[in-house]
Design a protein around this ligand. Sequence first.
Ligand SMILES: Cc1ncc(COP(=O)(O)O)c(C=O)c1O
Length: 484
Amino acid sequence: MPKAVSSFERTLKSRTRHQALTNWLYGELRSAILEGRLAAGARLPSSRDFARQYGLSRGTVVSVLERLQADGYVTSRVGFGTWVNRVEAPRPVRQATTPPAYVHRVISTYKRPQPWVDLAFAKGVRPFRIGVPGINEFPSEVWGRIAASRARNFRSWLKKEADRRGYRPLREAIAEYLRTSRGVRCAAEQIVIVSGIQQALDLLARLLLKRGDRIWMEDPGYFGAGIAFDNARARIVAVAVDHEGLSVSAGIRISPNAKGAYVTPAHQFPLCVTMSLERRLALLSWAARAGAFVIEDDYDSEYRFEGAPVPALQSLDNHSSVIFIGSFSKTLFPALRVGYVILPDPLIDPFVSLRYRTDFRNSSFDQAVLCDFIVDGHFARHLRRMRNLYAERLATLMEGAKQHLGGLLEISNVRAGLYTIGYLKNEMTSRQAEKLAAAQGIEVLAVDRCTLRRPDPKALLLGFGGFDELAIRQGLIRLAKSLS
Ligand SMILES: Cc1ncc(COP(=O)(O)O)c(C=O)c1O
């Protein structure tokens, strides 16, 4: 049945001096239909209303509509009106002209960030893509109920938030969660809501670093952070990571006066190690001496399947050196785009002002829904349930790897996070292995995409969080085939 009456009043161009009225109207309606400005199913106003809108005689309009009907562009039925048919638009003629100079300037200097060059990932998500939580298990009905109730109760979140740090009740809920489950020392006042860790990194890089300033980064490390520091024209100092995490002594040897460091202590990206207490204390002591900052990216910390939870580095800090960042991308779902930054008091205003220059703030509605989800206990419940599920998925992966990947890939014995690392035992480079796996429809990330100076660790990252046991088992068989 036809859709609502279309208002295309504005879309008709004015008539040229020598153009016949009917030809003009026919041409305008026809091109509006072909270009999709009048969509298939749209109902046209009655010939009487139409004639009145355009100051035409009704007879002119009727004859144009009849012609359009005869040519197949519209259908008229007495008592129902006239609506637009689905028509195949002719292919637009591609203009052969060179792009304008400004477009040329952009495309000739644009470079894909190095870590993504030649990445052969498919459009759909396939095993073992990293960064994918178990979205199918997300309690979307609960989320939907909360969202509906907040949408009805418009005034609770629509009011312009006076506080640019974000929705206050949400910040309180996050502070409570981080204090109890991550040992973070913080008050709601220190929390600023952002659109994920990546935005936090971009803003912090711009706030804390000037062109040419040095910053320590784990090698191998999280390329997203490298991109943010690079955008700020900072100089990235590659500091090796070993089984205890970032080597602080190496950092001090190479660049004692760096302005700061970026680390992933809970679950190092990509080597999956947890930073030892000794290294944590050494890093904090260097930062305090050098007057440097430490950005603690807590991305993959919530899921530990063995051993005691490891408190945040920030909880050991007595000098306001640490800036703690985290997000709900893995605990809930990445499309939510809500994260948080915990700042030392004097940095709150400068950070918020800088953020205000780009996108003001996160959506108040999303913040209100998330707040209720946490306060009503659904978040804690979801985390508990997912921890068990992910532990099972990891166990399936470890068991299947033993069965199918012997002599090809040795999965490291990690017991945290939603991905794990496997070291190649078959003489392949990590890029070769990534490519061969992609040809079998398997997505594993070559770890050399994360290196700065270090040689290829000949290893692959395998995400398991987003895939059920069957998908994991089948994926491992195909991976084994590609690596054999
Ligand atoms: C270590 C690390 N930090 C941060 C991010 C991005 O987090 P967000 O989705 O909150 O921007 C990722 C995503 O892969 C990551 O691996």
